[in-house]
Ligand binder design. Sequence first.
Ligand code: SF4
Length: 467
Amino acid sequence: MDAPANSPCVAPVVDGRLLEKYDRPGPRYTSYPTAPHFHEEFGHGDFLREIKQGSTVNNPPPLSIYFHLPFCRSVCFFCGCNVIFTADRKRPEAYLSALSTEMGMVQNALGENRKVAQMHWGGGTPTFLSPDQIRRLAEDVRGRFCFEPGAEISVEIDPRETGGTHISELKQAGFNRLSMGVQDFDDEVQRAIHRIQPEALTRRVFGEAREAGFSAISVDLIYGLPAQSETTFARTAERILDLNPDRIALFNFAYLPQLFRHQKAIQAERLPAPAEKIRILQRAIETFTSSGYRYIGMDHFAKPDDALCRAQDAGTLGRNFQGYTPRAECELIGMGLSSISQTGSAYAQNHRKLPEYMACLDAGHLPTLRGIKLSSEDVLRREIIMRLLCVFELDTEEIGRRFQIDFESHFANDIGQLDPMIADGLVAWHGRRLKILPAGRMLARNIAMAFDAYLDAKSAARFSRTV
Ligand code: SF4
C-alpha cells in the first residue's frame, strides 16, 4: 500500500542549507507547555483532583499507563533518562513494593469504570528485573487495572540484559510489543558511547522474540552520536533492514551535557559536524523509505499496515511523553520515579529521586513533584502544536470554530513569525489551511515554535537542537 499523494507519510525533502539555517535549540513537544514550565505549586492534591474529575465524566477516555523502571547496570554516555545505576539485582524489590502502593492510590482515584488501552514499561532497563520480578509486577498490574481487549502492551528491552527466560516471561505476562534499544551497530560508536552491544547478541534476542511470537518489534536508533559518519551509519541502517523490524525509531541525539552529567564523557569534537549529521539523516531516510517503510511524524518509520501509519493517514496520530501514539484520545497515567501523567487539562510529574518518591508514598499520598494546570489558551495552543507535529497541517477554520476564536486576529503575531519560513518554502497557506511542505517536514519543531507562548531565552538552554 502506497501513501496517498498528499499524505504526511510522503518522505520529506532534506535540504541541508535550510536545515543548517534553522538549526537551533527547541522543544521536542512531547507536551505543551513543556516540562520546564511545570511548577511545584501544582502538587499531589491537584493531581488527585484531576484524575478523579476525569473519571466522573460520561464515557471517560481510555487510559495509557506507563511504569518507569529506572535500574541499569552501566551508564551509556548519551543517556538522557532518569536512571539508578546498580549491579544489585535485589535493589528493585523495595521499588516494586512502592510501585504497588502508588498503583493502589491511582486505582482508588480512578474508580471502577476506566479501561486501559495501552501499557508501556520504560526505563532505565525494564529487563534489569528478573523474570520472576516481571511476572509479579505484571500480575499486580493486571489485578488492579481492567484492560481493553487487544490493548497494546509494550516494553523496552536491552539485549544486553535480556537472557534466559526473559522473552518467554514477557510473552506470558501479556506483552505484545517490544521496543529494542540498538542505537548503532558500529564498534567504534559503541565504544564512544560506552554501550558495547555486539550485533550477534541483538540478532539472537531479536530471533528469540520472533520465535516466541512477538509480531510487533521496534528498533531504536540514534543519529548524531560520537564517531558516527554517513558511511558507518549507512552500514547500520542496512543491517537493521536485515532484521526486518516492524517500526524503526530514529532519534536525534540530544547533546545536553549541562543537564546530563554523564554526557560530559562525550568529547564534543567527536560528534559529527552539522553537515555530516544531516547527511546521516538524509541517507537513513532514503534507505528506510525506499525499503517499504513509511515516514511517521518526525522520527519514526513503520510498515504501511502499522497502526501508526493508519493513524497518520486518518489524521488521528497523537504525541505524548512516550512519543507518537495511534491512541491520541487516551489519558496518560505515569507511575514510578520521574514519570509524567497527562490528563485532559493538566500535566503532573513524579519525584525524580528515590528517597523523596518513597517518602511521599510512606506519608500516604501520591509522589507528585510538580505539574501544571492548563489554561484554555494552553489547550488551544497545544492542539495547534500537536496538529502541526502529527498531521503537518492545520485547518484554522476548524480550530477557530471549535475554540470560538477568530484565528487570524488571535494569532496575528504568531502567524507573522511564519513569514521567513513561507519564503523558504517550509510551510504554505492553502486557503485557510496551513500546510507543512516536504522541505519543512524536518523542521516541524521550528514551525510549531511560532505558536509556543512560553519560549524564552532561559528555557531555550534546556532544549536540544532541532536538527
Ligand atoms: S540508555 Fe538505556 S540502558 Fe543506557 S543508561 Fe540510559 S536507560 Fe540505561
